[in-house]
Design a protein around this ligand. Structure first.
Ligand code: SF4
Length: 275
């Protein structure tokens, strides 16, 4: 339920949107109020696909910097605005342009595959850009003897290596939101919710993924939670996703894995800059 003040703000945003012929795209990690007023809510892959189809004059991208940048790459004739230009990403920032160029120069016979959570500069040095939703499928489709450098997420890279039986060289980067979860946090959640199934995003550490009943991208976790027969879930990812899960499956219970004892949260500080 919105307050009177928030209601006024929402009307103002709607007016401005009409005036500018703008469309609002929002990531699942945005606060519920932003997700509710967006024209489309999605994960990286869904938002990239939507950005390509947009025929409005302006895309207001409620997410972080690399996502707005990706929308601009995909649909360069549109004006793309990011409500807070300082909304960055620890993962994208873990791979700065120069050190990354030096790193891949050590592997001249390797294909460079980059997760979409990277800067445009790093993407231009890549042969293929993937999302967590299509990474396994695309990498698995390559010849088995193809040498690969994968960046920037080492947890996702290790997971793909495990699933596909490859031995990709991994850049040493992580997402601060997923990498903070560990065995202790999972055991604590399991103890608190003994009947819940654990679903996890592949940006989590192997020690978390090993304990999960299901591992999948943001959109895959949503689909799984809707189709699965269980009634209760522990969700190892960013807190914002639970808003959509509750909407999709109001009869089920969802619990976030606490990032620290006593705090029922695991928020991305960059995503949460958009208010
Ligand atoms: Fe980056 Fe992680 Fe935040 Fe996503 S959740 S924007 S990968 S820091």
């Amino acid at each position: 339920m919105l307050t009177k003040e928030e209601d006024k703000l929402v009307s103002k945003i709607a007016d401005l949107k009409r005036k500018k012929n703008a469309v609002i795209l929002a990531h699942y990690y945005q606060i519920p109020e932003i997700q509710n007023l967006a024209d489309f809510v999605g994960d990286s892959l869904g938002l990239a696909r939507k950005a390509e189809q947009v025929d409005a004059d302006m895309i207001v991208f409620s997410g972080v910097h690399f996502m707005a940048e990706t929308a601009k790459i995909i649909n360069p004739s549109k004006k793309v605005v990011l409500p807070d230009v300082t909304a960055g990403c620890s993962l994208a920032e873990s791979a700065p342009e120069k050190p990354f160029a030096e790193f891949i120069s050590r592997y001249p016979d390797h294909m460079v595959i980059t997760y979409v959570n990277a800067t445009a500069a790093v993407k231009t040095m890549s042969d293929l850009v993937v999302t967590s939703g299509n990474a396994v499928k695309l990498i698995d489709s390559l010849p088995k003897d193809q040498k690969i450098v994968f960046a920037p997420d080492k947890n996702l890279g290790a997971y793909i290596n495990q699933v596909t039986g490859r031995n990709m060289v991994l850049w040493d980067g992580t997402c601060e939101v997923h990498d903070i979860l560990n065995t202790e946090r999972i055991l604590q959640a399991r103890k608190k919710y003994p009947n819940a199934r654990l679903i996890a995003h592949p940006e989590c550490r192997a020690e978390v993924l090993d304990k999960a009943d299901y591992v999948g991208s943001t959109a895959q976790m949503l689909e799984y939670a809707m189709a699965d027969t269980a009634k209760e879930y522990i969700v190892a990812t960013e807190t914002g996703l639970l808003h959509q899960m509750h909407k999709d499956s109001p009869d089920k219970k969802f619990h976030v894995v606490e990032s620290q004892a006593g705090c029922a949260c695991n928020d991305c500080p960059h995503m949460k800059k958009i208010r």
